[in-house]
Write a protein that binds this ligand. Structure first.
Ligand SMILES: [Zn+2]
Length: 388
């Protein structure tokens, strides 16, 4: 696959669009675009495209040709990233990368700092932990689909007020990357960190460091995840360092940190399910696994009642045993919360969480047994009722 050409056009008042025309080996041409505030002079290098297209090329096993100069540090880093993905056996290949030439190494004279911001737990933690990141990058087109214009407008309005209150500047970026062939990459396990890095590098003329709020917990529980403390920094260039922030802290740790910040609690938005189950919108559904996991941590931190974007009527301990706890991703968080509940003598909550863990393990075993033909009719009702 090959980045054939790029162009910048005006797309709305005060907004520009950078489009990359990407040709695959079968001849099909995709248009990947990013819209951004026109006050920014976006990068003239191929770095953004190398970051963006890397997971796609690795997924479809096509060598990647970038017809623009790329940074040597990034080029070296992406080769390490390819080997990292390959070692986890997620269906990617170690492909060859060919760039037009190596870009002249450059120091970023602007020297500004930015962080990605969504108003979730990780984002608010980084906002308060890294106050020097005065630019907050909000993305439309990742968790919240670009087809959901009305929902995003409400989301944007609320987050604009939050960023104002923080005394920072909002940088709103919209992209269609998940509506191109790129959508076949594994978003969670492989590609969302690369997509974040591509947006960070869009602004490499302005930001010398861009923080990605870490979504992983304890170092000993690290797994293959698109945004990862090992791989995210490898997307850095000689102009812009990409840095994960909050590594080694659990969700409960971060929420305890946020108990000092009522404004953050008031505006906490974590749900990626949305009100109708079709994906993120402007509300917390207050009934999905992520909403419940967050509400439990808020309850254990003594601040759930300060979180106005959750519907507390939907939170009750009777529902907790029906939560499906996936093994690698969230199990450590549930164990930590159950232990914290025991420390607080909240045996009812601890018991509910342990039931969820136990039931989930049973479901995982049953799902495995379903693959064995003779046991195909194991009662499916045992698998019902999980919180969606
Ligand atoms: Zn939810």
């Amino acid at each position: 696959m090959e980045l054939v050409k790029t162009e910048i056009t005006d797309c709305a008042e005060g907004r520009k669009r950078l489009t990359g025309f990407v040709k695959y080996n079968d001849g099909f041409v995709d248009e990947y675009w990013y819209e951004y505030p026109s006050k920014f002079e976006v990068t003239e290098t191929g770095n953004i495209w190398l970051a963006a297209l890397l997971p796609m090329a690795a997924t479809i096993n096509e060598d990647l040709i970038i017809n623009l100069p790329v940074d040597q540090r990034l080029l070296d880093g992406t080769r390490d990233i390819l080997r990292f993905w390959k070692s986890w056996e997620k269906g990617t290949s170690v492909i060859n990368i060919k760039a037009e030439k190596i870009a002249d190494p450059a120091i970023n004279l602007a020297g500004e700092s930015a962080s990605f911001f969504s108003s979730g737990v990780d984002a608010f933690y980084t906002a308060y932990n890294k106050p020097r990141a005065k630019y907050k990058i909000l993305i439309h087109g990742f968790d919240l689909s670009i087809k959901k214009e009305a929902e995003f407008e409400k989301h944007l309005k609320r987050i604009s007020c939050v960023v104002d209150k923080l005394g920072d500047e909002l940088v709103f970026v919209k992209t269609n990357i998940r509506h191109t062939r790129w959508q076949q990459t594994r978003w969670q396990a492989i590609s969302h960190g690369a997509a974040l890095a591509s947006i960070a590098l869009l602004f490499e003329n302005h930001f010398s460091e861009v923080f990605i709020p870490s979504s992983m917990g304890d170092f000993k529980d690290l797994y293959c995840w698109g945004s990862h403390p090992l791989t995210d920094p490898l997307f850095s260039t000689s102009r812009t360092s990409i840095i994960t922030d909050g590594d080694g802290l659990s969700r409960l740790d971060k929420i305890k940190f946020l108990t000092d910040y009522d404004y953050a609690l008031n505006h906490l938005h974590v749900c990626i399910r949305g009100k109708d189950g079709t994906g993120q919108d402007e509300i917390n559904c207050s009934h999905c696994e992520k909403c419940y996991r967050t509400m439990m941590a808020l309850e254990l931190s003594g601040c759930l009642n300060k979180c106005k974007l959750f519907d507390l009527k939907k939170f009750n301990y009777e529902e907790i045993p029906y939560i499906f706890v996936t093994d690698a991703f969230t199990a450590p968080e549930y164990h930590e919360m159950a232990e914290e509940a025991l420390r607080q003598n909240n045996s009812e909550l601890a018991s509910a969480i342990y039931k969820a863990i136990k039931r989930s393990k049973l479901i995982i075993r049953l799902e495995f047994l379903k693959k064995v033909p003779i046991l195909w009719n194991i009662p499916h009702k045992m698998l019902d009722n999980s919180i969606y």
